[in-house]
Design a binder for this molecule. Structure first.
Ligand code: CP
Length: 320
């Protein structure tokens, strides 16, 4: 049996700092992956309710699979299929919201032992997005633990899966990992990049970020991480290249560049392993030749979403 340290008990998972010992949880997730049904009774008679304010393929299926591997029952609600929820306090609800989050969160808590939520940012109201408006309103009024399945600013389940993947596939003790911005036709959130940066700051890697000027992430997240505006220089000798688009943080939510020169190509990444959280737009973010090569580890990365979710659910279940 894998040793369970006292510090590893988890009450919620809304950002990576809810993990008290990141290297230890990565190792335990890798161990769990070898025998995913080892704790198939831990979640017996426990229910995970997953609330989706936004679309998902991987998060939805991998989290459901993880919960079922632990013997949990799973209920999924696409929030857009139900009543329009009100999040402001004191509102006269005589317009288009029908149910307040105060009632909704308490009611759902009676049906669930754990609630998982996906709620993207507006990308128009920086202050409200930074406050994690939806996630925190549910956290405040729910009476059961909350898991973040990608919120306005963070995607901690993705970051844990990314760290598991790097740990599994690294061939040297301290690999060079580069997060590179890549072009995209739509304005996308910073959440994946933010959580990946936080994760890389907390594991043993040589990490840098490359993006065009104007795409600096929140400096409270990037801290002392090296930022190189020259992609070619940044990618030199990389072991892992993680491509992701995000919209501007300073010019909040804006697309400042769609420069195709930032697309990842086989020539650029050379022998590095290519990572992306998916979904990915082929020949916009990255060329076919990379995704179709042995350099690409995006499928393994997506598989590890299950074990990231499973270790988090396991830790929370152990604390119920
Ligand atoms: N990477 C990720 O979160 O995928 P989905 O948006 O499909 O869940």
């Amino acid at each position: 049996m894998f040793p369970l340290s006292w510090e590893m008990i988890m009450k919620k998972y809304t950002n990576i700092y809810d993990i008290s010992n990141i290297p230890e949880i990565i190792q335990e997730a890798i161990h769990l992956k070898k025998n995913p049904f080892a704790h198939e009774n831990l979640g017996k008679h426990k229910t995970l309710v997953m609330l989706f304010f936004n679309a998902s393929l991987r998060t939805r299926l991998s989290t459901e699979k993880a919960a079922k591997n632990l013997g949990m029952q799973v209920m999924i609600l696409n929030v857009n299929d139900t009543w329009n929820l009100e999040f402001e306090d004191g509102t006269v609800m005589n317009f288009n919201t029908t149910e307040h989050v105060k009632e909704a969160a308490q009611v759902i808590s009676q049906y669930a032992d754990i609630i998982a939520i996906r709620a993207f940012p507006s990308l128009t109201n920086k202050e409200k997005d930074a406050s994690e408006w939806i996630l925190n309103r549910f956290t405040k009024h729910a009476t059961v633990p909350i898991i973040n399945m990608e919120s306005a600013t963070m995607h901690p389940l993705q970051a844990l899966a990314d760290a598991i993947t790097i740990e599994e596939l690294k061939t040297i003790k301290k690999p060079k990992v580069v997060l590179t911005w890549a072009p995209h036709p739509k304005a996308l959130p910073q959440a994946v990049a933010n959580s990946f940066v936080e994760m890389m700051e907390n594991i043993d890697v040589d990490f840098c970020i490359t993006h065009p000027k104007g795409y600096e992430l929140n400096p409270e997240i990037t801290l002392e991480t090296q930022i190189n505006y020259n992609q070619a220089e940044a990618l030199k000798d990389a072991d892992f290249v993680y491509a992701k688009n995000w919209s501007s943080y300073s010019n909040y939510g804006e697309i400042l560049s769609q420069d195709a020169n930032w697309m990842l190509t086989q020539e650029k990444i050379k022998t590095a392993k290519f990572m992306h959280c998916l979904p990915v737009r082929r020949n916009v973010v990255v060329e076919d030749a990379v995704l179709d090569s042995n350099n690409s580890i995006v499928i393994q990365q997506a598989n590890n979403r299950t074990y990231a979710a499973q270790i988090v659910l396991k830790k929370i279940l152990e604390n119920l």
